[in-house]
Design a protein around this ligand. Structure first.
Ligand SMILES: [Zn+2]
Length: 440
């Protein structure tokens, strides 16, 4: 018992000491503290943490700036660094200097009238299902490209120095509404190219034929595809152009001029991006009502928002896949109103129309007719047709820009292989791309 009593003061001292230490840990402002070593080490930890945080922030900042610089947007890269909290940091300053010098090496693209435009349809995921000898076999072989073909094409297009630009990078209206060429600055040897994809609706007729079923967002809100394979298993992954190009540009940022990707041309009658969003086709009073119409519209909008954020642009392909040269003005007006009612709320206002069937609203002479005036009044400034007779064809109108596109598909590749055209030659070697399954 006596022994315990003598131990008591020691316990008390220990207890007081430990409570005192706790106090030091929580209140840093105590200066007259006997346990200065504890305070010092704690301050050191805080300092180390702060320094680490600054190093991380700086690293992230430099990475962001480097990505912009690789996409030839040196101004953005330098602004990012100069306006940051680290603008006085020697490494940041020297990086700004490097970008200033690199920017001087860019050269202005000499002729915005000579810029090519390639377009694709939905890519074939499973050739054994698309090219299966049924009544759709020929159509798919003629108008589609397989994922394997597309990957090879993309790599070759990149290797040959092409860089994706937006059509808006080529020409834009000035404050008075007059269309003027914009300066495109690229390193010597690099060539601007516009990319587009038509009919990204994953139409009803394509079901079970080996194509993706929609564009969607994965768990990290990256744009990806849903695909149902032969066995019925549903998977997510890059099964069409958008996520494939996104991944390619992440790997090769210099394939994109200031973040440009491509134009997605949409009809409306089967909905958009694989969602059955059309009120007139899938509303309550329709033949095939979609009970999740509102929900699907929201899903499609979320995907479209993310795509725009990633550099994609949208265009009208007319609501009903109309042949614009053959239909009356009245039909074109009703169709455009439908597109604006059903598609615009999902993808936002667009300034580009990509005519279906490669048609157009006029011949090669500058536009001046009622259809043109009407489409201009509806906000369309960029007009695209199809012309694969030449590597590039454009027209800078007073208040519009028109560009011809080359269809990259089975028909064009077969012509190239047969020696009937050389229009694809500047972009890729068809022999190295053409899928053997096409010949079966
Ligand atoms: Zn089409």
């Amino acid at each position: 018992m006596k022994k315990h009593l003598t131990l008591l003061p020691i316990f008390l001292v220990c207890f007081l000491m430990s409570s005192c230490q706790n106090q030091v840990k929580t209140t840093e402002t105590v200066n007259e503290n006997p346990h200065t070593h504890i305070k010092k080490s704690h301050t050191d930890v805080l300092k180390q943490e702060r320094e680490q945080k600054e190093r991380d922030e700086k690293k992230k900042l430099l990475e962001q700036a480097a990505f912009s610089a690789q996409q030839y947007d040196y101004q953005r890269a330098m602004t990012l660094l100069n306006q940051s909290n680290y603008s006085r940091d020697p490494e940041i300053k020297s990086t700004v200097q490097t970008y200033q010098n690199e920017q001087k090496n860019l050269v202005k693209w000499p002729d915005n009238g000579k810029i090519s435009h390639l377009f694709f349809h939905s890519l074939v995921v499973d050739e054994s299902r698309a090219f299966d000898g049924d009544y759709m076999d020929r159509g798919y072989k003629d108008y589609m490209v397989t994922i394997e073909e597309f990957k090879k094409i993309l790599q070759q297009v990149y290797d040959r120095g092409y860089v994706l630009v937006n059509i808006q990078d080529i020409a834009k209206p000035d404050p008075k509404g007059n269309m003027v060429y914009q300066s495109i600055y690229l390193p010597q040897g690099k060539k601007p190219l516009v990319l587009s994809q038509d009919d990204v609706s994953y139409y009803e007729y394509m079901k079970n034929d080996g194509f993706a079923q929609n564009l969607t967002l994965d768990a990290n809100t990256n744009v990806t595809n849903t695909y149902q394979d032969k066995t019925g298993k549903v998977v997510q992954g890059p099964y069409d152009m958008v996520p494939l190009v996104d991944a390619f540009v992440n790997l090769h940022p210099d394939f994109s001029y200031r973040g440009a990707k491509g134009i997605i041309a949409l009809t409306g009658y089967n909905g958009v991006l694989g969602y059955r969003t059309s009120e007139s086709s899938y509303g309550q009073n329709s033949d095939h009502p979609n009970p999740h119409l509102a929900e699907d519209r929201q899903k499609a909008k979320n995907v479209a928002d993310e795509m725009k954020h990633n550099g994609w642009k949208f265009a009208s392909h007319t609501w009903g896949h109309l042949n614009a040269s053959q239909v009356s003005l009245n039909t074109l007006q009703r169709d455009t109103a439908k597109w604006r009612k059903e598609v615009e709320p999902i993808v936002g206002p667009v300034d580009t129309i990509i005519f279906a069937f490669g048609s157009d609203i006029g011949d090669w002479k500058p536009y001046s007719n009622d259809k043109f005036s009407y489409l201009r009044s509806q906000g369309f400034t960029y007009f695209c047709n199809v012309d694969a007779s030449t590597v590039s064809w454009t027209q800078l109108g007073k208040n519009y820009f028109r560009q011809a596109r080359i269809n990259v598909d089975g028909l064009r590749m077969a012509e190239e292989l047969a020696g009937k055209t050389k229009v694809l030659e500047p972009f890729f070697d068809v022999k190295l791309v053409y899928a053997p399954s096409r010949l079966k």
